[in-house]
Design a protein around this ligand. Structure first.
Ligand code: HEM
Length: 86
Protein backbone atom coordinates (compact mmCIF):
# COMPACT_ATOMS: atom_id res chain seq x y z
CA UNK A 1 0.00 0.00 0.00
CA UNK A 2 2.77 2.46 0.90
CA UNK A 3 4.44 1.89 -2.47
CA UNK A 4 1.17 2.68 -4.29
CA UNK A 5 0.13 5.53 -1.96
CA UNK A 6 3.27 7.13 -0.48
CA UNK A 7 1.19 10.13 0.70
CA UNK A 8 -0.11 7.90 3.55
CA UNK A 9 3.32 7.08 4.90
CA UNK A 10 4.01 10.30 6.88
CA UNK A 11 0.99 9.53 9.11
CA UNK A 12 2.69 6.32 10.27
CA UNK A 13 5.42 8.08 12.21
CA UNK A 14 7.00 4.94 13.70
CA UNK A 15 7.65 3.40 10.27
CA UNK A 16 7.86 6.45 7.99
CA UNK A 17 11.66 6.36 7.86
CA UNK A 18 12.02 2.60 7.42
CA UNK A 19 13.01 0.86 4.21
CA UNK A 20 10.42 -1.51 2.75
CA UNK A 21 12.51 -4.46 3.97
CA UNK A 22 12.49 -3.06 7.52
CA UNK A 23 8.71 -2.57 7.29
CA UNK A 24 8.25 -6.22 6.38
CA UNK A 25 9.85 -7.28 9.65
CA UNK A 26 8.47 -4.46 11.85
CA UNK A 27 6.63 -5.74 14.92
CA UNK A 28 4.86 -2.42 15.41
CA UNK A 29 3.57 -2.39 11.80
CA UNK A 30 2.44 -5.98 12.28
CA UNK A 31 0.56 -4.93 15.45
CA UNK A 32 -1.13 -2.03 13.56
CA UNK A 33 -2.20 -4.40 10.77
CA UNK A 34 -3.62 -6.86 13.30
CA UNK A 35 -5.69 -4.03 14.85
CA UNK A 36 -6.80 -3.03 11.35
CA UNK A 37 -7.88 -6.61 10.58
CA UNK A 38 -9.87 -6.91 13.82
CA UNK A 39 -11.53 -3.57 13.14
CA UNK A 40 -12.68 -4.79 9.70
CA UNK A 41 -13.89 -8.08 11.24
CA UNK A 42 -15.82 -6.02 13.82
CA UNK A 43 -17.53 -4.06 11.05
CA UNK A 44 -18.51 -7.21 9.17
CA UNK A 45 -19.77 -9.02 12.28
CA UNK A 46 -21.98 -6.06 13.17
CA UNK A 47 -23.49 -5.26 9.77
CA UNK A 48 -26.82 -6.46 11.16
CA UNK A 49 -26.58 -4.37 14.34
CA UNK A 50 -26.79 -0.73 13.16
CA UNK A 51 -26.24 0.83 16.61
CA UNK A 52 -23.00 -1.04 17.24
CA UNK A 53 -21.91 -0.63 13.60
CA UNK A 54 -22.38 3.16 13.71
CA UNK A 55 -20.57 3.34 17.06
CA UNK A 56 -17.60 1.43 15.61
CA UNK A 57 -17.46 3.69 12.53
CA UNK A 58 -17.70 6.84 14.67
CA UNK A 59 -14.91 5.61 16.96
CA UNK A 60 -12.68 4.91 13.96
CA UNK A 61 -13.48 8.29 12.37
CA UNK A 62 -12.85 10.17 15.65
CA UNK A 63 -9.49 8.64 16.41
CA UNK A 64 -8.28 8.99 12.80
CA UNK A 65 -9.55 12.58 12.65
CA UNK A 66 -7.34 13.30 15.69
CA UNK A 67 -4.39 12.08 13.61
CA UNK A 68 -5.26 14.52 10.80
CA UNK A 69 -6.51 11.77 8.47
CA UNK A 70 -9.13 13.07 6.04
CA UNK A 71 -12.17 11.38 4.44
CA UNK A 72 -10.32 11.55 1.10
CA UNK A 73 -7.58 9.26 2.47
CA UNK A 74 -10.28 6.83 3.59
CA UNK A 75 -11.65 6.74 0.02
CA UNK A 76 -8.17 5.97 -1.32
CA UNK A 77 -7.61 3.23 1.26
CA UNK A 78 -11.03 1.68 0.62
CA UNK A 79 -10.30 1.50 -3.10
CA UNK A 80 -6.97 -0.10 -2.24
CA UNK A 81 -8.66 -2.69 0.02
CA UNK A 82 -11.07 -3.57 -2.81
CA UNK A 83 -8.11 -4.01 -5.18
CA UNK A 84 -6.50 -6.45 -2.72
CA UNK A 85 -9.71 -8.40 -2.08
CA UNK A 86 -10.98 -8.69 -5.67
C1 HEM B 1 -11.10 1.17 6.48
C2 HEM B 1 -10.26 2.07 6.90
C3 HEM B 1 -9.41 1.98 8.17
C4 HEM B 1 -9.46 1.12 9.22
C5 HEM B 1 -10.45 -0.02 9.46
C6 HEM B 1 -8.39 1.50 10.13
C7 HEM B 1 -8.14 0.89 11.35
C8 HEM B 1 -7.16 1.28 12.22
C9 HEM B 1 -6.94 0.69 13.53
C10 HEM B 1 -7.80 -0.41 14.15
C11 HEM B 1 -5.88 1.30 14.07
C12 HEM B 1 -5.23 0.99 15.43
C13 HEM B 1 -6.05 1.50 16.56
C14 HEM B 1 -5.88 2.95 16.77
O1 HEM B 1 -4.80 3.37 17.18
O2 HEM B 1 -6.85 3.69 16.55
C15 HEM B 1 -5.41 2.28 13.13
C16 HEM B 1 -4.33 3.11 13.33
C17 HEM B 1 -3.86 3.98 12.39
N1 HEM B 1 -4.41 4.26 11.17
FE1 HEM B 1 -6.06 3.44 10.39
N2 HEM B 1 -7.71 2.56 9.59
C18 HEM B 1 -8.29 2.88 8.40
C19 HEM B 1 -7.92 3.88 7.55
C20 HEM B 1 -6.79 4.64 7.68
C21 HEM B 1 -6.34 5.63 6.73
C22 HEM B 1 -7.06 6.02 5.45
C23 HEM B 1 -5.19 6.13 7.18
C24 HEM B 1 -4.39 7.18 6.46
C25 HEM B 1 -3.14 7.24 6.35
C26 HEM B 1 -4.90 5.48 8.46
C27 HEM B 1 -3.82 5.72 9.28
C28 HEM B 1 -3.63 5.19 10.53
C29 HEM B 1 -2.51 5.54 11.40
C30 HEM B 1 -1.39 6.54 11.08
C31 HEM B 1 -2.64 4.79 12.55
C32 HEM B 1 -1.69 4.76 13.77
C33 HEM B 1 -0.68 3.70 13.51
C34 HEM B 1 0.24 3.53 14.68
O3 HEM B 1 0.79 4.52 15.13
O4 HEM B 1 0.41 2.39 15.11
N3 HEM B 1 -5.91 4.58 8.72
N4 HEM B 1 -6.19 2.24 12.01
Amino acid sequence: MFKDYPNMLPFFKHIAKMTYDEMRSSISLKATLISFKFQIVGFIENLDDPEVFVDLIEGLADNHHLRGITPRLFEVKSIYILHVVI
